[in-house]
Ligand binder design. Structure first.
Ligand SMILES: [Zn+2]
Length: 296
């Protein structure tokens, strides 16, 4: 498990658990996928991919972004290159040129506030390492998925913004209110986008939480309270929690091929195959963005 950031307490907790962590991730993913993960982290997780605050991470950069949680939270953050020629049909299908390639980069933000909130809810786990395992597990799914769920979420969030939907997807009450509003006004595209975003968010969090839970158990920590917390609101999380390790890994690799109860979401997921995500480190990404896109 790689960390090249400045947080010394986090670095020390990783070092103290390093061997166990490697063994647990390798056992979980199997040798080939684990090797792929290690090679991807070496390529992508450059020192600039780590930050102690969102402000630091986003400094001087104007890019597409989705609003999830508060600025103080720990985050796994992805960027996707400029998407002027991508749009969504009313039925949810992505419209793009054949064989479109999107550059994407990612990074991990661990804040003191995020660590504090986390350890107040989940005592008895290493205070920095446990939340880092969560964000790193988002990275692991991103690195291994052909269509990363986090990038798909960002696409959906940007399309929602184009439709004028302003929503913080982790604010459950505002989602319910908006769903009622769009259902009443029979705005099926807005409603579809909202269901899609909720679905992608649920999958993304369910995957990261389930991996985190199994890794924490694997390195010797009990997680009863944590498990109760993350299973409560998320049906996908409850499904993943029941899976064998083999099935869970298969789900993570093929998440977009699984049908949902919503046509709009199914159309979106099916059309993801027309896009290719090229994962590059954050420095190369910014360099290429500057060349492609005039400063605004
Ligand atoms: Zn998360």
């Amino acid at each position: 498990m790689l960390y090249k950031g400045k947080n010394q307490k986090l670095a020390a907790e990783i070092v103290a658990h390093q061997e166990k962590l490697e063994r647990v991730y390798e056992r979980f993913l199997g040798r080939d996928l684990y090797r792929k993960l290690v090679s991807m982290e070496k390529q992508i997780l450059v020192p600039e991919a780590f930050a102690d605050s969102l402000e630091e991470f986003d400094k001087g950069i104007s890019v597409n972004r989705a609003s999830v949680g508060t600025p103080e939270d720990n985050k796994f953050r992805v960027r996707v290159s400029y998407m002027a020629d991508i749009s969504l049909e009313d039925n949810g299908r992505i419209i793009c040129k054949p064989n479109s390639v999107l550059n994407t980069s990612s990074g991990i933000i661990i804040t003191e506030k995020g660590v504090e909130i986390y350890s107040s809810v989940h005592p008895n786990t290493p205070s920095y390492l446990a939340p880092y395992i969560h964000e790193y597990s988002h990275f692991a799914t991103y690195a291994l998925q052909e269509s990363p769920v986090v990038c798909s979420f960002l696409l959906a969030a940007i399309e929602s913004q184009k439709e004028g939907i302003r929503v913080n997807i982790s604010d459950f009450q505002s989602i319910i209110n908006l769903k009622n509003e769009f259902a009443e006004s029979k705005d099926s595209k807005k409603l579809g986008l909202l269901y899609l975003q909720s679905h992608l968010f649920d999958i993304s969090e369910a995957q990261a939480n389930e991996i985190q839970n199994r890794v924490l158990n694997g390195i010797g920590y009990r997680t009863d309270k944590f498990k109760e917390f993350y299973l409560r609101r998320n049906q996908v999380a409850r499904d993943l929690n029941q899976m064998s390790e083999e099935r869970l890994v298969d789900y993570i690799l093929n998440w977009e091929k699984i049908e949902t109860g919503t046509d709009f979401t199914n159309n979106f997921l099916d059309s993801l195959k027309n896009l290719r995500f090229r994962k590059i480190d954050i420095n190369t990404f910014h360099h290429q963005q500057k060349r492609q896109q005039p400063e605004d």
